[in-house]
Design a binder for this molecule. Structure first.
Ligand code: GLN
Ligand code: ZN
Length: 773
């Protein structure tokens, strides 16, 4: 093994979708059949080349400072494909070598015909989604192919010695779920040796193309929420890295423990022959000297620049952390300054946000600024504060301007939050509400949707024209009213029981509110990848939050005026607004959540005033922010659930409060769902085949639940039979009077070609099951 030390500064990953979302467009055009495979491959190569070029310009030119972390869809799916580890329903897609071609790869991600896609779920506590591997005793797992060697070579041709990045073997298997036919007691970790065999080959391939470092991401080690005992995980870490460490033909291995503390995995890694360990010192802390002693002889990568938020790094604090780490590490341990995680969670470049106020912009650091920050900090660490005096002064000035800005502390808001009492978070007893809500006149197994209807090209066009000034406010409003009328009429025709207005007027369920509230700012180019080709543009929540005027009342009241059926008012909850925005880091999250709770509370009162009797407060992200360590959960659930209850706490007994949650694996939060005290909760359940139901039934969930029976993430049209079967499963697990019938999530990404027939099947499924009761 040839050795090269790690650079003084690095990043653990970089946004992959392209500065102008080039990869998104290339993917979507390819899927639409408008371009060829070669076009797509070439577009992806161009994105990679442009990223390397940009990182060069930003000074990240030391060998192995740049990550080679590209993936066409998802980093976990890429490992699945490299292993040929596809579930039985996709087995025919494998070629004679056991590999997948490009189309096969996308089929796993997107489903096809009546083959549902792989399940998709949130990557740790982030808003990025990965595809869940399905691994059983017989799943093929082999050394099939390894595109990262090509990526390394490609970078080399551009003069960049890049550090290939791959999800590590233990994390890969912990993220996997056992196949349905796996015997009792089987766990994907049972396949560790097979997986290691392939990783060993990949390391060899990398060695052959001349790579001297590889980064294996093991974020799973920072979480304790796995269904296997910690000892088993630590043994897997030990086995994996002892085995990989022992192979002769390999690059040096950097194991990255991102998104939290490695904890007792640190000494275990210390005992193995890996050459480097990356610590997340933003989500985690500097370990104790006794624990760091285990890293003697290794390189340490110190993640002090957040890969998760968009705020400029407090340089003084980061330097103090770095020095603290250095003092506690065995003498002479080389320290590389780095981001805490991949920068895939943040947009490219704040300098492009020319319409943001100058002072706000000075408080920010996007990916490119963070690339500079790690280098400045590395210089400061090596040469002392004087060497970076100008940068430190600029940083302190920016922080001061932020502290003194009137919008970051609005007295009236702080007083209102301080005056909140427990009573404000409580409604009447559920039974009392249930009785009051009987006047809604709903049938058994009521049908509804989650809120949005397709965001058609026409809607987007109208919005763009309005933004450009080509449509007047009134013309735009008329276009939206027409759309609402269309959606209401369709729902009446389909026979749905509780209607929605379709959310045509919302560009996004969080941004829409962010634009109407004070305390937020929107970016123009601040896109981040959510999954595959899907990107979101989180707003920046920088100040205290106020509501200058009602936000949804006009639309909901108009929609209600068109129908006798109950119309659901539709709001996004406090936790989700936070989770899908870039949230200020200068006040506790509980404070922010309650500020949002209060403005939503006022909105609900206004909706009631306008005659709305059903209100849905979406909290799809409540699961997402759940801390990775169980010891931190109680406190989180207390403030997050508390802010939802503050928002809904004043609703009248007769107002039916719904909430909607998605992204499965809810078993851990069933308790919290109960505490939200919504009258009706709709959840994503179809992709995981309703496996939430046992947990709900066991818990004795007393209120109403709508487990989704249609996976809206895929363009399939689930049949009447399929939806009937899922609904029947729900009715078998829960009393029928508690069950609602709805899709997994909103329909905005779907087209009417799928929505109409599928909703027809959904209504028919409800009828079928009602008849059998
Ligand atoms: N009401 C939202 C919609 O239907 C909910 C979306 C979500 O849960 N992500 O689009
Ligand atoms: Zn949803």
């Amino acid at each position: 093994m040839s050795t090269t030390s790690l650079p003084a500064a690095t990043i653990l990953g970089y946004p992959r979708i392209g500065a102008n979302r080039e990869l998104k467009r290339a993917l979507e055009q390819y899927w639409a059949g408008k371009t060829t495979r070669e076009d797509l491959v070439q577009a992806a190569a161009q994105v990679r080349a442009a990223n390397r070029q940009r990182l060069n310009e930003l000074g990240l030119t030391e060998a192995y400072a740049q990550p080679a972390d590209h993936t066409l869809y998802d980093q976990v799916l890429s490992v699945i494909a490299h292993l040929g580890a596809v579930p039985a329903r996709f087995r025919d897609l494998l070629d004679e070598n056991g590999g997948l071609d490009l189309d096969g790869y996308f089929t796993l991600a997107r489903g096809e015909g009546d083959r549902p896609a792989l399940e998709m779920t949130k990557w740790f506590d982030s808003n990025y989604h990965y595809l869940v591997p399905e691994i059983g005793p017989d799943t093929p797992i082999d050394y099939v192919e390894y595109a990262l060697a090509d990526q390394f070579r490609e970078a080399l041709e551009q003069g960049v010695e890049a550090r290939p990045v791959l999800v590590g073997p233990v994390t890969f298997l912990l993220l996997a779920k056992a196949t349905d036919d796996a015997p009792e007691g089987f766990h994907p970790l049972d396949r560790l040796n097979d997986v290691l065999h392939a990783y060993g080959h990949w390391l060899m391939d990398l060695q052959n193309v001349g790579a001297k470092w590889v980064q294996l991401d093991e974020p799973a080690l920072v979480s304790d929420s796995w269904d296997v005992p910690r000892e088993r995980i630590l043994k897997a870490v030990k086995d994996a890295y002892t085995w990989l460490g022992a192979s002769v033909d390999r690059p040096q291995i950097l194991v990255a423990g991102t998104y939290g503390n490695l904890g007792d995995a640190l000494p275990v890694l210390g005992e193995t022959d890996v050459e480097g360990v990356a610590l997340d010192l933003v989500a985690g802390q500097v370990p104790a000297a006794e624990d760091l002693a285990a890293l003697a002889g290794k390189s340490v990568v110190a993640g002090v620049v957040s890969g998760r938020n968009i705020w400029r790094t407090n340089m003084d604090e980061a330097l103090a952390t770095l020095r603290d780490l250095q003092a506690k590490l065995p003498q002479g341990t080389p320290v590389t300054v780095a981001t805490s995680t991949s920068l895939q969670h943040v947009p490219h470049d704040k300098e492009r946000e020319t319409s943001l106020p100058q002072d706000l912009r000075s408080w920010l650091a996007f990916a490119d600024q963070k690339v500079q920050e790690v280098q400045v900090l590395a210089r400061g660490l090596a040469q002392g504060d004087e060497a970076i005096a100008a940068e430190l002064a600029e940083d302190r000035a920016a922080r001061e301007s932020r502290q003194n800005h009137p919008g970051t502390r609005v007295a009236a808001v702080r007083e209102a939050v301080a005056a909140v009492t427990e009573a404000d978070r409580n409604r009447s007893a559920y039974e009392v509400r249930l009785a009051a809500q009987e006047s809604l006149g709903l049938p058994l197994l009521p049908t509804t949707t989650i809120g949005s209807f397709p965001q058609t090209a026409d809607i987007r066009k109208a919005r763009a024209a309005y933004r450009k000034g080509e449509l007047s406010e009134e013309q735009y409003a008329q276009a939206m009213r027409d759309e609402i009328a269309h959606v209401v009429k369709l729902q009446e025709e389909l026979g749905l029981d509780v209607l929605v207005h379709g959310e045509a007027e919302r560009n996004d369920m969080v941004q829409y509110f962010a634009e109407l509230l004070e305390g937020f700012a929107a970016t123009e180019h601040g896109w981040v990848q959510s999954y595959g080709s899907r990107c979101t543009r989180p707003s920046i929540l920088w100040g205290d939050v106020t509501r200058p005027a009602p936000m949804t009342v006009e639309w909901s009241a108009y929609a209600q005026s068109l129908t006798e059926k109950p119309m659901k008012g539709m709001l996004t909850g406090p936790v989700t607004i936070m989770a899908w925005s870039f949230v200020r880091d200068d006040v506790p999250r509980k404070q922010v959540a309650d500020q949002l709770g209060l403005v939503l509370r006022d909105e609900i009162a206004d909706l009631e005033q306008a005659g709305i009797r059903v209100v849905q407060v979406d909290e799809p992200a409540i699961r997402e922010l759940l801390p990775l360590q169980s010891k931190d959960r109680a406190e989180y659930l207390d403030w997050s659930v508390g802010s939802f209850r503050l928002a809904t706490g004043q609703a009248q007994d007769g107002t039916q409060v719904h909430t909607h949650l998605c992204y499965s694996e809810f078993n851990v939060v069933v308790d919290a769902i109960d505490h939200l005290d919504a009258d009706v909760t709709s959840i994503e359940a179809s992709r995981s085949k309703m496996d939430i139901l046992p947990a709900v039934a066991e818990h004795g969930f007393s209120r109403q639940l709508g487990p989704g029976i249609w996976d809206i993430h895929s363009p399939r049209v689930p049949s009447e039979e399929e939806q009937t079967a899922l609904l029947q499963a729900a009715v078998d697990a829960l009393p029928a009077k508690q069950v609602w019938v709805n899709p997994d999530c909103g329909l905005k990404t779907r087209g009417y070609a799928e929505v109409e027939p599928t909703l027809r099947n959904l209504v028919a499924a409800a009828r079928n099951v009602r008849e059998r009761l």
